[in-house]
Design a protein around this ligand. Structure first.
Ligand SMILES: Cc1cc2nc3c(=O)[nH]c(=O)nc-3n(C[C@H](O)[C@H](O)[C@H](O)COP(=O)(O)OP(=O)(O)OC[C@H]3O[C@@H](n4cnc5c(N)ncnc54)[C@H](O)[C@@H]3O)c2cc1C
Length: 481
């Protein structure tokens, strides 16, 4: 038996494991896929923290609340913005080297929605890769952490009182611990066009739900405006917003510009979506010929490897599903609502931090802030009794089929209607059905969620989250503080 089980080896899981081990705990870290297949590894932009002299947690909080369009849970945003800077310093102490300016100070970038320079990067646009490389090396070197790579959590083990006491593994085997921390990543790959790795289909959400935890806010999916389309081997490859920040422009099939490229992410994504719908064209075109290629070496080299030179040719792009704001409902220490002993952190969790629209670069910071909190809280859990709990069935969290993913993209994409969502409610995949039910219940347009029949925001739904209690397929609107 370990003190803590962590499921997932992205930024949230690795940081939670290291935090627990640093406090002397024994940790078992289970990861289904190799590191390069985590969303964390692919993160290009960076992590947000109020580190500049003209910045403060209060200003970062205001920006986070504004991005969330009336649905951000203020207490969660306060925790993130207060604690992010300290976690950055810890990452540095763990050996992560962030980009510095010519005075040796952290180089802080500016991104859409942030009113101050507060984005830290590593290796330019290789931030996720650099952080993960360091954290995984630290994990591998830590004798208190046992890593089970290539193993998939199949279900949550519970004792007679319903408390989580560990998990079962696909292919056989059980693990027990005081606390089980899910860090299984997001669900954006439930949509067929996505920037996410295939494993991000929300398996942790289904594991937690089967164990009795509540899920929330599944209608809020952020679509990234500029994911590569029609280039073999690079389908869905994300071209960071920062490229537009440096002057890149967007053009329709007629060569004309059609949107203010610096508008918020959801506005740009919808403008491209509508243009493609009107014209029937497969792509809009990103012109980044005026951008310094040295600023985005991995974008330029990835496209060149695929046979397109962005320094001489325009890049075909279209929106793709990128980030799901909803997930397993947790408190501010990552405790899953409804199941004692179970925790969720990172993209699989829903603290309410991101509201209806995530502020760019807050998600990596979330992994560190809440990953640490959950690890510390988990250490206070009692030792599980030596029970033989009933193992859950093997099919708790099936991957979506190709047909489901296409249906989710078509019926719960950038603009939703009751007709399409009702059709999706009959999908065989349980998470697809929950996304449909949430999106159907929210009869308004807010942040990343757009309903064709309800183009306005309904102020009576401010601060109200769509929550599925365990077992229910009908969400309730619940206010969170
Ligand atoms: C292309 C791209 C660029 C991004 N850029 C940024 C950015 O610049 N800044 C920012 O803040 N955010 C960014 N994001 C979002 C951010 O990267 C993610 O929100 C964050 O990394 C999620 O981390 P995580 O640890 O929660 O999950 P992940 O990094 O996705 O890790 C999930 C882990 O869980 C494992 N797993 C899943 N299910 C199981 C199971 N059943 N059993 C065992 N293991 C399992 C996976 O194998 C994996 O190890 C980006 C995302 C993408 C896709």
């Amino acid at each position: 038996m370990a003190d803590i089980i962590v499921v997932g080896a992205g930024a949230a899981g690795l940081f939670a494991a290291l935090t627990a081990a640093e406090k002397g705990a024994s940790v078992t870290l289970v990861s289904a896929r190799p590191l390069a297949e985590t969303a964390s590894y692919w993160a290009q932009g960076g992590a947000a923290a109020a580190l500049a002299v003209d910045d403060s947690p209060a200003i970062h909080l205001q920006d986070t609340l504004a991005a969330g369009r009336g649905l951000t849970r203020p207490s969660a945003a306060e925790v993130l913005t207060e604690e992010a800077a300290a976690r950055v310093r810890e990452l540095q102490a763990l050996g992560v080297i962030f980009d510095a300016d010519r005075h040796g100070e952290l180089a802080l970038g500016l991104e859409g929605g942030h009113s101050r320079r507060r984005i830290i990067h590593a290796g330019g646009s290789a931030t996720g890769r650099r952080i993960l490389r360091q954290l995984s090396a630290d994990v591998a070197a830590d004798p208190r952490i046992e890593v089970l790579e290539g193993r998939r959590a199949a279900g949550i083990l519970r004792d007679g009182e319903g408390r989580a006491v560990g998990l079962t593994l696909e292919g056989g085997g059980t693990l027990t611990a005081r606390a089980t921390i899910l860090a299984t990543g997001g669900a954006a790959a439930l949509w067929s066009r996505t920037t996410n790795p295939p494993g991000s289909f929300g398996s942790g959400l289904l594991l937690a739900r089967h164990a009795g935890a509540a899920l929330a806010d599944l209608e809020f999916t952020q679509f990234h405006p500029t994911a590569v389309v029609g280039i073999q081997g690079r389908e869905g490859f994300l071209i960071s917003e920062a490229v537009r920040g440096e002057g890149a422009t967007l053009h329709g099939p007629d060569g004309e510009r059609f949107v203010d490229e610096l508008s918020p992410r959801d506005a740009v994504a919808r403008a491209i979506f509508r243009l493609l719908r009107q014209t029937g064209a497969p792509a809009a075109y990103l012109d980044m010929r005026m951008v310094d290629p040295g600023r985005f070496p991995n974008v330029v080299s990835a496209l060149r490897e695929a046979g397109l030179d962005p320094m001489t040719q325009r890049v075909p792009v279209a929106p793709a599903s990128h980030y799901v704001m909803g997930g397993i409902v947790t408190d501010l220490d990552g405790r899953a609502d409804g199941v004692e002993g179970l925790y969720a952190v990172g993209e699989c969790a829903c603290t309410g931090l991101h509201g209806a629209n995530r502020l760019a670069s807050n998600s990596l910071s979330e992994c560190f802030v809440f990953g640490r909190r959950a690890a510390l809280a988990g250490l206070d859990e009692p030792e599980p009794p030596s029970v033989t709990a009933v193992p859950p069935p093997e099919t708790v969290a099936p991957p979506p089929t190709r047909d489901t993913r296409k249906a989710v993209w078509r019926l719960a994409g950038l603009e939703r209607s009751a007709e399409g969502l009702n059709e999706l409610r009959d999908d065989p995949h349980p998470l697809a059905r929950l996304v449909a039910a949430s999106a159907l219940a929210r009869e308004e347009t807010r942040g990343a969620h757009a309903r064709a029949e309800f183009p306005e925001t309904d102020p009576s739904l401010d601060g109200r989250h769509t929550v599925f209690p365990a077992g229910s397929e009908t969400p309730a609107f619940v206010p969170w503080l």
